[in-house]
Design a protein. Structure first.
Length: 137
């Protein structure tokens, strides 16, 4: 059985084969009763463009659920956070152990992460196909 992750949102626009959904994403402490007093609570707004064949049944203002396979969500976390962190630390330690100066180690480390982001940018269309969202009411 497929494990899914869902998040509620509101349709903001519909175009041919595309539905734009606005989601309010709360930090973990935003649900706490004391969040208004401590000042650490965070609320962000995310806009997601979802390609769907039944786009005509959605109207701006409709409440919907955005669905993604939980395994795909974890893969996205690995690609976005874990791999760059490993790359950053690995390049830093390698360049430092090679005896390069601090400036060169820092530049090499930043360049490697920049190269990683550039590679992700080049493959963004392929990644978009892999991480597809679905809609439900």
């Amino acid at each position: 059985m497929e494990t899914i992750a869902t998040h509620g949102g509101i349709v903001t626009a519909t175009e041919e084969r595309h539905v734009t959904v606005k989601m309010d994403v709360l930090s973990a402490c935003a649900a706490c009763q004391a969040h208004s007093r401590c000042g650490f609570a965070e609320k962000k707004e995310k806009i997601v463009d979802i390609e769907t064949a039944d786009w005509q049944q959605y109207q701006p203002g409709d409440k919907v659920n955005v669905i993604i396979n939980a395994r795909r969500g974890m893969l996205a976390v690995v690609i976005a956070y874990l791999l760059p962190a490993i790359l950053l630390l690995g390049v830093f330690v390698t360049l430092h152990c090679c005896g390069l100066g601090e400036i060169w180690v820092a530049l090499g480390t930043l360049l490697s992460v920049g190269l990683y982001v550039g590679i992700l940018f080049c493959f963004r269309h392929r990644l978009q196909k892999k991480f597809t969202f679905r809609l439900s009411r």
